[in-house]
Design a protein around this ligand. Structure first.
Ligand code: FAD
Length: 416
């Protein structure tokens, strides 16, 4: 069923009884050409682009819970392409371009809102670093504007400009950045992949990877064994555990990242704003809740909940840059499992096991990467060659020293 103004009107007039489920709840078959482990945004986007771009439709998504139950449904929905390094910027700008056409492509309202992402700077050194980043972005075709303090005041008057503990000197603005409704991205990709024949299998945990003669030939699951021509992993915070099933040890640590949402209030924060003197960022959802977060909890964990020290740290930063939030009540908070790579950049590569492919290491920022990650991972699986925008995301770069050390993106034990 195509979604359109006409279908909305017809359903409204007939009691909303004609809607059909957006995707089938498939039962696993004995064999697929490609099995993708994980049912987050990256896995679903990979399945969709395998079918759409490469004509590979004999594909299964195997999700241990429900699709979108991991970070895809837990993130703070920010999309942007404000990266510095040549290994990263073309990839994230490609993702931005895919976001810009995504709703038409998927025929799904993902509530993409290019409301602008503003990174504040509070010192001359930080201004110089942001000027360099902005220039790098523009060289790769992205948009970037360096604002001074008065321009920031006009753009985001909700911030503290008088007697601030960390005075705002200006900001780096990407107007095309913004937010997208995370659940809708999952549902949109799921529906579009399903329409092209992909089986979406929920409540199906992968418990083992079958390797014969050095080649991955299938998986063991809680719903029986499944043979596969190729096995692809896109399990984010569970990457090290699932890769270990094939005997691999990844340069990835799992950490908890928390997020918070306040009670709904009238429009206050029109853009996405990040504090430059601490780890804090904020936006306002369409329902009116302030959505904000900060740093990882800083210890390794597979629990999807965090602890109080980071709550205190995030709230302190909020009060420093935007004291007005002190009047708002926090409604809820939650945690997600982050796959932190040691240089803060992701991995989209083949593994030493033939027929086993890896998509991992997304750290703080994998949601914005969802379209490009799926596009490039599908390209790798179909062609055995890295996509030109993802050639730097090699698994062996930690051994060869070809790191993509995008400062501020990785776990603590990284290589600054
Ligand atoms: C609080 C928070 C805020 C964030 N904010 C942003 C942001 O604003 N912008 C941004 O760009 N990024 C953000 N991120 C990061 C982003 O959400 C992730 O990098 C990205 O979603 C990871 O990819 P994914 O969606 O495929 O992962 P997930 O949705 O986590 O998918 C992995 C799936 O694999 C499944 N799985 C695991 N093990 C198995 C198994 N053995 N068998 C079967 N299935 C399995 C899990 O159940 C899960 O559904 C944030 C993350 C968090 C936690």
């Amino acid at each position: 069923m195509r979604y359109s103004a006409l279908s909305l009107a017809l359903n409204a007039l007939t009691g909303q009884r004609r809607w059909r489920p957006a995707w089938r709840d498939a039962a696993p078959r004995e064999r697929y050409d490609v099995v993708i482990v994980g049912g987050g945004g990256h896995a679903l986007a990979t399945a969709y682009y395998l079918a759409k771009n490469h004509g590979i439709t004999d594909v299964a998504i195997l999700e241990r819970s429900w699709i979108g139950s991991g970070n895809a449904g837990r993130n703070t929905t920010i999309i942007r392409s404000n990266y510095l390094l040549p290994g990263n910027e073309p990839f994230y700008e490609w993702s931005m371009k895919l976001w810009e056409g995504l709703e038409q492509d998927l025929n799904y309202n993902a509530m993409i809102s290019q409301r602008g992402v503003l990174n504040l700077y509070h010192s001359d050194a930080q201004r110089d670093a942001f000027a360099r980043r902005g220039n790098a972005m523009r060289l790769h075709g992205a948009d970037a504007e360096l604002l001074d303090c008065e321009q920031v005041r006009a753009y985001a008057p909700c911030l503290a400009f008088e007697d601030a503990r960390f005075p705002i000197h200006g900001g780096l603005l990407q107007r095309r950045g913004g937010t997208a409704r995370h659940d809708a991205v999952v549902w949109g990709y799921a529906r579009a992949a399903d329409r092209r024949g992909v089986d979406i299998v929920q409540n199906c945990e992968v418990t083992g990877i079958r390797v014969e003669g050095g080649r991955a030939v299938g998986v063991e699951t809680t719903r029986g064994g499944i043979r596969a021509g190729k096995v692809a992993l896109a399990v984010a915070g569970s990457s090290s555990r699932v890769a270990a099933m094939a005997g691999l040890r990844l340069p990835v640590e799992s950490h908890v990242l928390q997020a918070f949402v306040s009670e709904g209030i009238k429009p206050l924060v029109d853009h996405v704003i990040t504090f430059g003197a601490g780890h804090f960022y904020i936006s306002q959802s369409d329902k009116g809740g302030l959505v904000f977060g900060g740093d990882i909890d800083g210890y390794n964990s597979y629990a999807q909940r965090g602890n109080l020290p980071v709550v205190e740290d995030v709230c302190e930063s909020a009060m420093a840059v935007m004291p007005i939030v002190g009047r708002v009540r926090v409604l809820r908070s939650w945690g997600g499992l982050m796959d932190m790579s040691m240089d803060g950049s992701p991995i989209i590569d083949r593994t030493p096991v033939d027929g086993l492919y890896l998509n991992a290491g997304w750290c703080y920022g994998g949601f914005k990467a969802t379209p490009a990650s799926g596009w490039c991972f599908a390209h790798l699986i179909a062609s055995e060659n890295p996509h030109p925008h993802a050639t730097a995301y090699r698994l062996d770069r930690f051994a060869t020293g070809h790191l993509i050390d995008e400062r501020g993106m990785g776990a603590q034990p990284n290589m600054h």
